[in-house]
Design a protein around this ligand. Structure first.
Ligand SMILES: [Mg+2]
Length: 396
């Protein structure tokens, strides 16, 4: 992609927590944690103590004992998101929504109507603050990838324009953790080779990076370190869902047998999502009982994911809630679908459920299956039913 820096990445700051601080003046300037179980959002005052999204609530409260913990108010967040999207769509005809609180806007060719990209970005920030009462950060660059990096660097409540001639100097000075797809495991590997900045990554050949990190990760990082990203901003959100289902041989399957089916289905669905570059927020469980009656249960996550473990945890939770029904009525078919799909390219890449780099693991599994077939890697839990206790329902 050539031309001027005219792609905006607009991202609300600590979205859920900012809505709480907006609506309750007593929370302003104080550390706020939304969600008591797992942290759904943390205000910047709480982040200063190391509190992060998706962290177990107990750990968050130990890090920041004086934080105010509030329950989530999803309808308030949804209303705020819609108001912000109206401003996005009023700003440019080309808006690509990434999630409830962030979007790409293409403002090329709007100079005569709305001003320079920097002026458009500044006005957008002012309107969101005045009309919705929320802080938003905007990164402006020539590519989507770099616009997203710029907003990350400018957060919170900031704005950063990366002019084309400054791109590589800006990118190469950053720590490797700023690149998409570099989770804790990849960062650790790179650090092990003495590599801490994007500039140091850029000096390595693609071949060397592939040897170090595996094919998918190596190629991905090589392209990003040279700011190669040709994806255009795609207006509108593609909708739909990706799902799979399986008939059960007999209606009196044991919990372990049903769980094995759920695992296999989730793996298939997540593999397809990742192959299509999609991620989703809503996990749907479909059941058919012995008497042909059907039931549907769903749960919506705070952010989109294509990670097998995150989707599996949710599917198991839905299954556990329905289990008494299943035992009573007999189950003959189980289906898993993920809906509320979004493009996966600029999503929050990892939901660190337990500190491991799940994205990297998923990529490796997909890669091996792509080359050697779907049976090349099988979860240990599917290999044999030897009376071991089933895996835990939820992460700690
Ligand atoms: Mg955000």
């Amino acid at each position: 992609m050539t031309g001027a820096a005219a792609i905006l990445h607009a991202d609300l700051d600590a979205f859920f927590a900012s809505v709480e601080q907006r609506d309750d003046p007593r929370l302003r300037g104080r550390p706020v944690i939304v969600g008591g179980g797992v942290v759904l959002a943390a205000s910047y005052e709480a982040r200063a103590y190391g509190v992060r999204t998706a962290m177990p609530g107990g750990r968050a409260r130990r890090l920041c004992p004086h934080a105010v913990v509030v329950p989530p108010r999803m309808s308030a967040y949804s209303t705020a998101s819609k108001a912000v999207y109206r401003i996005f769509e009023d700003t440019s005809p080309v808006v690509e929504g990434l999630s409830i609180d962030e979007a790409f806007l293409d403002v090329r060719g709007m100079e005569h109507i709305s001003g320079t990209p920097a002026q458009i970005a500044a006005k957008l920030r002012l309107r969101v603050l005045e009309q919705v009462g929320l802080p938003i950060t905007v990164g402006v660059a020539r590519t989507k990838f770099l616009a997203k990096v710029a907003s990350g660097v400018a957060k919170p409540n900031g704005m950063l324009v990366v002019p084309p001639e400054r791109e590589l100097a800006f990118l190469h000075s950053l720590p490797v953790e700023r690149l998409w797809g570099v989770g804790p495991a990849t960062a650790l590997k790179l650090h092990g080779h003495g590599i801490t900045t994007v500039g140091e990554v850029a000096r390595l050949s693609e071949r060397r990076l592939v040897v170090m990190l595996g094919r998918a990760s190596g190629r991905h990082l090589h392209a990003l370190a040279h700011n190669r990203d040709r994806r255009p901003v795609l207006a509108g959100r593609r909708r739909g869902s990706i799902g799979a289902q399986r008939a059960l041989g007999r209606s009196s399957a044991s919990p372990d047998e049903v769980d094995a089916s759920v695992i296999a289905l989730v793996e298939r669905v997540c593999g397809r999502m990742r192959a299509a570059g999609r991620a989703g927020r809503t996990v749907v469980l479909r059941l058919r009982f012995d008497d042909y009656a059907r039931a549907t249960r769903s749960h919506t996550l705070p952010c989109a994911t294509a990670q097998t473990d995150a989707i599996l945890t949710t599917a198991r939770m839905l299954m556990a809630a329905t289990w008494p029904d299943i035992e009573r009525r007999g189950l003959t078919l189980v289906g898993i679908a993920v809906a509320n799909l979004e493009n996966a390219d600029a999503l929050q890449l990892s939901l660190p459920l337990d500190g491991h780099d799940r994205d990297a693991l998923d990529l490796v599994v997909d890669d091996v299956r792509g080359r050697y077939g779907s049976k090349a890697i099988v979860r240990a839990v599917l290999l044999g039913r030897d009376g071991r206790p089933p895996p835990p329902l939820l992460p700690d």
